[in-house]
Design a protein around this ligand. Sequence first.
Ligand code: HEM
Length: 376
Amino acid sequence: MTVQPMEMPGIGTAWLITGYEEARAALTDPRFSRDDRKAPEWLHQHAEQHRIDSSLGRNMLDCDPPEHTRLRQVVKKAFTPRRIEALRPRVQQITDDLLDAMSGHDEVDLIEALAFPLPVTVICELLGLPAADHADFRAWTAGLIQSDDRELTRTSGKALRAYFENRIAGIELDDLPEDEQPDLTRALLRASGDEGRLTREELIDMLMLLLIAGHETTVNLVGNAVVTLLGNPDQLALLRSEPALVPQAIEELLRLDGPLNAALPRITQADVEVSGVTIPAGNMVSIVISVANRDPETFDDPHRVDVTRTDTQHLAFGHGIHFCLGSALARLEAQVAIGGLVARFPELSLATTDLQWRPNPMIRGLVSLPVRTGTR
Ligand code: HEM
C-alpha cells in the first residue's frame, strides 16, 4: 500500500503517502497545501501556538503561492548552484583545517570535529555572523528543534530572534563599499528596506529559518554517511579508489539515510485520488520521503548501498516548489567533507559499537560519532 490512513489518537486521521511516484506527484500538486491557515481550525491553532512558542514566525516553508513565491524569490539568488559552487574553495579550506586538527588524535567525535563545525561555519559566513557566536546558535537551535520542553523552546526562540533584531539594528547599509558583495543579512536587509520586498518581521523569520536549516541537516547527513560507509567497507574501498564517485555516493547516502525522518506535512484542498484511494478535502497528509526513497518499484534492490547507483532521483530534499533551497550547499559540504575524510584517513574506523541516535523522531542523526583516525 502506498497510501494509507493512520489514526492519530486525539488528533484524527493522517494519510501516509509512502510510494515514490505518489509522493513525487503529491509534492507538485497544488491541491496539497503547506499553509496551515488552510487546515482544520485545531491544526491551524496548534501551528500558530508553535510559532508563538518558538518565536519563529511564518516563513516560506509555511506558505503557498503567491506568498511563497515572493519570499523564496527574495533569497533564491544566493543559493543557485553557480553561487554555491563559488564557495567551494572556502568550503575546502574550512574542511582541510578541520581534518588537519583531527590528524594525530587517536580518537575523535566526528560530529564535533567535522560534521557540525563545517556547515555552521559556512552558513554563518554566508549570513555574515561572527564565529564567536557559534556556540550560542548551537544551543538556541538545539533548544528550538530538539526540545519537548516548551519553556526551553520559548527561551531559545526568543534569544535567537533578539539576536537577529540586534544584529540588524547595528548594520549601517551605507558603510559597505560599492564594489563589495554584501553578506546575505545585508542583502536581505536591503531587500526589506529600500526595495520593500520583505517586511522587517519576514526578514527576521527568514534569517532564523536559514540559520536553523543550515545547522540541523548537513551535520546529520555527514554523520549518517560516515556510519553507512564504515559499515560497508566494500563501498568505502570503492570510493577511495575512485574519488570521482563522491558526488554520486552522496546522492545514494541521501537516498538511503537522509537526515530527515520527518514526513513532509500537507493539507488537501480538495478531494484527491491517489492510487485509487480518495483523500477527502481538508485532511492531513504526511509524505514519508524516507520510505518513498526505498520504494522497490523505483529503486532496484532499495536497501542495498551502492555508491555507483545511477537511479538516485531521491526525495531527500523534497520536490516541487518547496524543494530544498539549500540543496546545492548541502551537497557541496557533504561532498567536500566525505571526499576529504576518505582520502585523508585510510584507517578510519568506528570507535564504538554502541552509537547513540538522537531521540528526536523528526531528525535522523547521531548524538556523537566516536571514530579512530588511525593516525597515531
Ligand atoms: C526545504 C531537506 C539543507 C534551507 C527543505 C525540504 C526538505 C529539505 C525535504 C522541503 C520541505 C517540504 O517540502 O515540506 C534538507 C536536507 C538538507 C537540507 C536533507 C541537508 C542534507 C538545507 C540547508 C539550507 C536549507 C543547508 C539553508 C542554508 C531550506 C529552506 C527550505 C528547505 C529555506 C524551504 C524551501 C521552500 O519552502 O521553498 N529542505 N535541507 N536546507 N530547506 Fe533544506
